[in-house]
Design a binder for this molecule. Structure first.
Ligand SMILES: [Zn+2]
Length: 162
């Protein structure tokens, strides 16, 4: 038996102002998208924005439903919309942000496991890293160089062939 260590890397910024201008723009778009979330049940508004290599920007927000499992997370709304329109264009950067109903969040929002699985499949398919930026209403920001950092040992379709 051997003990292996898996490491992930995250860059922590004190605030959105420290990010490059292109990333700041995406955070702003994601925050705007969060305002239009359909979240009557959780009151937790999530917004996402992504930049494709063709310079198109897509945004999304959480879409809830009275039948809870039917709803979809903001980041998957944005990713699926982008992939539906530009299936060949690689995703360069994805921003996720959130705000609660009673207070502005100060810690970066973290994507659910299902979304992480979608990130890693798209990243695997495009064979180039997809940067992930986790933000909130204000405060620090987490930046990951690639989606794999958020889901080490991901399940890929390659494994279906065996
Ligand atoms: Zn999710």
């Amino acid at each position: 038996m051997e003990t292996k260590e898996l490491r992930i890397f995250v860059y922590e910024y004190k605030s959105v102002d420290e990010l490059p201008a292109e990333d700041q723009k995406l955070v702003k778009i994601a925050r705007e998208a969060a305002k239009n979330a359909y979240a009557p049940y959780s009151k937790f508004h999530v917004g996402a924005a992504l930049l494709l290599e063709n310079n198109e920007i897509f945004s999304g927000n959480n879409q809830e439903n009275a039948s809870f499992p039917v709803g979809l997370c903001a980041e998957r709304v944005a990713l699926f919309a982008a992939h539906a329109q530009y299936p060949e264009s690689k995703i360069k950067t994805l921003v996720i942000t959130a705000s609660g109903s009673r207070q502005v969040l100060e810690t970066p929002v973290s994507p659910c496991g299902s979304c992480r699985q979608v990130f890693t499949e798209f990243e695997h398919e495009q064979q180039e890293p997809m940067r992930i930026i986790l933000a909130s209403g204000r405060g620090k920001i987490f930046v990951f160089d690639n989606a794999e950092n958020l889901l080490p040992l991901s399940f890929f379709s390659d494994q279906l062939k065996h």
